[in-house]
Design a protein around this ligand. Structure first.
Ligand SMILES: NC(=O)c1ccc[n+]([C@@H]2O[C@H](COP(=O)([O-])OP(=O)(O)OC[C@H]3O[C@@H](n4cnc5c(N)ncnc54)[C@H](O)[C@@H]3O)[C@@H](O)[C@H]2O)c1
Length: 135
């Protein structure tokens, strides 16, 4: 898995510390890793676009995230089911799905790659992303 960022603030201090504001996160690959990353990003208030090869895969990914959140709810909201449902829906609202990375890259502050462990496929994806991402 690898990642890169763009649209970071250009304000560098003398110590070269960068200020980065990340709101829109794109996660490419909705498998075990990607769905988990998307869940964490959505749970921390980020707007997440989850990208994979087909809508069917993505729907399964979102179902998986929902199931995982419901397991959290069972422990965290055992005696408050309505609050638990609200918790799940609020996080799921932060997740949208998309089969075309080109549609989401320009508006993403952070792009994370979690696709199949195949170097050629990863290189092809990164070469496409390099062309789409702002400088
Ligand atoms: N699962 C782990 O515990 C683990 C741990 C560390 C690192 N990783 C790494 O994370 C990456 C993902 O692992 P995983 O377990 O989630 O795999 P996975 O097989 O569960 O999911 C990979 C997903 O990528 C999608 N995909 C493949 N090519 C794509 C493309 N060109 N564009 C968009 N989506 C594409 C597949 O449809 C699939 O849904 C791999 O590189 C893996 O080595 C996994």
């Amino acid at each position: 898995m690898a990642f890169f960022t763009h649209r970071v603030s250009r304000s560098f201090s003398s110590s070269a510390v960068r200020s980065v504001v990340i709101k829109n996160v794109m996660v490419i690959g909705g498998g075990q890793m990607g769905a988990g990353i998307a869940q964490v990003a959505a749970s921390t208030g980020h707007s997440v676009t989850l990208v994979d090869m087909s809508e069917d895969i993505l729907k399964k990914s979102v179902k998986g995230i929902e199931g995982s959140l419901k397991r959290v709810v069972k422990k965290k909201f055992a005696d408050k089911p309505e609050a638990g449902e609200e918790f799940v829906q609020k996080i799921l609202q932060n997740v949208s799905i998309c089969t075309d990375p080109a549609a989401a890259v320009p508006s993403s502050d952070l792009v994370l790659e979690a696709i199949v462990e195949n170097l050629k496929v990863k290189q092809d994806l990164f070469s496409r992303l390099d062309k789409l991402a702002p400088a």
